[in-house]
Write a protein that binds this ligand. Structure first.
Ligand code: NG6
Ligand code: CA
Length: 505
């Protein structure tokens, strides 16, 4: 097996890149990475959605490469983002599953990350939107400086939702501080117990405007129950309906403020994660209720970014990447009508499963790459993964990676840009069970022990877990309908061995 991660091949490549491929510093493209939350392959018009229209995204897709075999590293947010930022599989590190809102930072300050790499290459870097990678290194005092965080792992500026919209605290953190915090009304957060006298969704359902279906019955903010408890910080709390407006405005002003150097913007939207509270401008834009309307809102955000790049004359030399952290889910804990109004919409497109699953829809997500100055429009079915952005953008910007930097990230630049059809050698995905795909065959590892749950009762998602090995021939059976493990023991053995090899690195 080739070892594209090895130090030697990296050095060779980098020296080549420096002499022949890497553009001169003043020609380096700006990079805007737009990262949606829980938006599935089939939720976007250019990927087949009929009942949601996404004209802004489709326009970018038509002018760039629309990848049809593009993946997040995991089936949920935190591990996908961890891998995106570090080029390292999250399962290599304990404590990288879905984090509570008071978790500490899970990326080591000073380590090589996608933003620190680009900062070294001369980029101005910024993150706007959902973080969910933890903050601080001990119990967080939300009223003081909060660090380490994004600024300590390579971002020059940060305007973030600390965890998720459904987790406390429901405030933005700007650089090291909670935005708009009134010192007279300190913000307190607990994931253990409620603060005396504070209402909860569980005890005060009369205060709710959206009912929970599972979880989400702790502190109430804006008539919506959340995960976790908070008190105070009233002036700092966001308005759910304005989150997309707030973060889009920040993203736009980040771009406007960057004139002299290339910039890297990581714009991580909250749409279409729960609670789905699209601004009234988008309510009713789709027949699918809040979930579809939140995707319409996402498309608007994308359009605002695109218009800004056009207006400033930056579009031609800006690499825009649009993707999502994991596949779709309808009922993720609130009774917002998503399952009832879904009709024949297929949020995962042709793929089986959804968010958290081991089946394909968990990680096969929209993946669009546009860079007018270099990329010729097209559609690519080559296997690509978000985990490869670090090594690929290192190559693009002529940066060397040491052997233990971004160890799982391969340089797939040519494929990402549509200049090659070369698949990633293999793909490891972290869903409700681990899977590995190579040459169109996908192996899902069995879960040991008692009978596995086939459908998650809460979200009604097919988990893809089984206590026997599963093998699917994705090329011939894209819907993962027929377990071919018994027929192809050799293929199973090969993939088991490869998975072991990747794990032991
Ligand atoms: C789950 C939440 C779900 C969502 C998810 C994280 C419950 C019952 N479910 O635990 O609502 O918040 O975590 O989603 O609490 S992610 O996209 O950030 O990974
Ligand atoms: Ca997510």
């Amino acid at each position: 097996m080739p070892a594209p991660h090895s130090f030697l091949s990296r050095l060779t490549f980098v020296s080549l890149a420096l002499s022949a491929i890497a553009p001169a510093a003043d020609k380096l493209p700006n990079i805007v990475l737009i990262y949606a939350d829980d938006i599935g392959y089939g939720d976007i018009g250019s990927y087949g959605a009929k009942r949601i229209s996404t004209p802004n995204i489709d326009k970018i897709a038509a002018a760039g490469i629309r990848h049809t075999n593009g993946h997040s590293a995991a089936a949920t947010c935190t591990p996908s983002r961890y891998s995106l930022m570090t080029g390292r599989y999250a399962w290599r590190q304990q404590g990288t599953n879905i984090l509570p809102g008071d978790a500490n930072l899970i990326i080591r300050p000073g380590s090589l990350t996608l933003p620190s790499l680009l900062a070294k290459a001369g980029y101005e870097t910024g993150v706007v939107g959902k973080w969910h990678l933890g903050l601080g290194d001990s119990k967080i005092d939300w009223n003081k400086e909060i660090k380490p965080g994004p600024l300590e792992i390579g971002f020059g500026s940060a305007f973030i939702i600390p965890a998720t919209g459904d987790r406390v605290p429901t405030v933005f953190v700007e650089d090291h501080r909670v935005r708009n915090l009134d010192p007279a009304d300190p913000l307190e957060v607990s994931y253990q117990e409620n603060f005396p006298g504070e209402p909860t969704g569980k005890d005060n359902p009369e205060l709710l405007r959206v009912r929970h279906s599972h979880g989400h019955n702790q502190s109430i903010h804006g008539g919506i129950g959340r995960i976790g408890y908070q008190r105070g910080g009233r002036a700092a709390r966001w308005t759910d309906e304005n989150i997309a407006d707030d973060i889009t405005a920040k993203a736009v002003s980040f771009i406007e403020g960057r004139k002299d150097k290339p910039f890297f913007l990581f714009f991580a939207t909250h749409d279409a994660h729960v609670p789905r509270t699209p601004n009234p401008r988008f309510v009713g834009k789709t027949p699918l209720g809040p979930r579809g309307d939140a995707i319409a809102e996402f498309d608007w955000s994308v359009g605002e970014i695109a218009n800004t790049l056009d207006r400033l004359g930056l579009a031609d030399n800006t690499l825009v990447i649009i993707s999502s952290d994991n596949g779709p889910v309808l009922d993720d804990g609130y009774q917002d009508g998503a399952p009832e109004k879904n009709g024949d919409h297929r949020p995962g497109g042709p793929w089986r499963g959804g968010k958290t699953s081991a089946f394909e829809a968990a990680t096969r997500v929209p993946f669009i790459v546009r860079w007018p100055a270099r990329v010729k429009p097209g559609v690519s079915g080559a296997l690509v993964s978000q985990i490869d952005l670090t090594a690929s953008l290192a190559s693009l910007t002529g940066q060397a990676l040491a052997a233990d930097d971004a160890p799982d990230s391969f340089n797939q630049l040519a494929t990402l840009l549509g200049e090659s059809k070369k698949d990633r050698d293999y793909l490891v995905s972290q869903g409700s069970a681990a899977s590995i795909t190579r040459d169109g065959w996908k192996y899902i590892e069995p879960v040991k022990g008692q009978k596995p749950t086939k459908i998650a009762a809460s979200t009604n998602t097919e988990t893809g877990r089984d206590n026997v090995p599963q093998l699917y021939h994705l090329t011939e059976d894209p819907g993962e309908t027929t377990n071919a493990a018994a027929e192809h023991p050799g293929r199973v053995a090969e993939l088991v061995k490869l998975l072991e090899e990747v794990r032991s690195r």
